[in-house]
Design a protein around this ligand. Structure first.
Ligand code: CA
Length: 223
């Protein structure tokens, strides 16, 4: 999953970046409203953390423009303390959730997980497909109750598919959602990650499997 992080405070942005990477997300960053708007319009982000007080163009304006253009990715806004007007304006402009500074990183991560879950129609923090299980809180994956060790990229591919069981996902879409904008992307690596996932996650009759749809992409198929 890919997060667009928009925050002009360098120190806070670094803390957020570290926390997001630690939680298994790919992160694109902007430190002003103009760059943020552009990234939100051109990149396949799964959620946005948007500070409202930004240079060049303020966060509220950016959010309104995205929504006016029909961009519906989940947006969590960061607001200044004791500014309830900002929260109301943000929610009215199309924010899905907000956090007031200062906040605990754990709370931000929990709210983000919830936003991403809701956007893909999942209710639980533990995604289950047959005997495969992925805990979005701890990034732990188990197969038939046994822990499975995945690399960061393997996890990102599985996480994306587990949020969309039964849905055909193209290689291009997977590539877009696991690599940041400035990363040298190669959609052939997706095939490698899927191959490794198939090896690591056994496929008994109770298991899900990752089906290849020739020329189209992949689909997570429940047992
Ligand atoms: Ca700010």
């Amino acid at each position: 999953m890919r997060i667009l992080l928009v925050e002009d405070d360098t120190l806070l942005r670094a803390q957020l970046r570290t926390a997001l990477h630690g939680a298994g997300y790919t992160v694109d960053e902007a430190d002003n409203g103009r760059d943020a708007q552009f990234l939100g319009e051109t990149e396949a982000v799964d959620a946005v953390v948007l500070d409202l007080g930004l240079p060049v163009v303020d966060g509220l304006t950016v959010l309104k423009r995205w929504r006016a253009e029909g961009r519906n990715m989940p947006v969590l806004i960061l607001t200044a303390r004791d500014n309830w007007h900002e929260k109301v304006a943000g929610i009215d402009a199309g924010a899905d959730d907000y956090l007031t500074k200062p906040f605990h990183l754990e709370e931000l991560l929990a709210r983000l997980r919830a936003l991403i879950r809701r956007a893909s129609g999942q209710a639980s923090a533990v995604l289950q497909c047959g005997d495969w299980s992925l805990d979005t809180r701890s990034s732990r994956v188990t197969c038939a109750g046994q822990p499975v060790a995945l690399t960061a990229h393997e996890y990102k591919v599985l996480d994306y598919l587990m949020h969309r069981p039964g849905v055909l996902v193209s290689r291009a879409e997977l590539t877009e959602h696991i690599y940041a904008q400035d990363f040298d992307r190669d959609s052939n690596t997706i095939e490698v990650f899927v191959g490794r996932l198939r090896k690591k996650l056994s496929s008994s009759s109770a298991s899900a499997r990752i089906e290849t749809v020739r020329g189209m992409g992949y689909r997570l198929v429940p047992p």
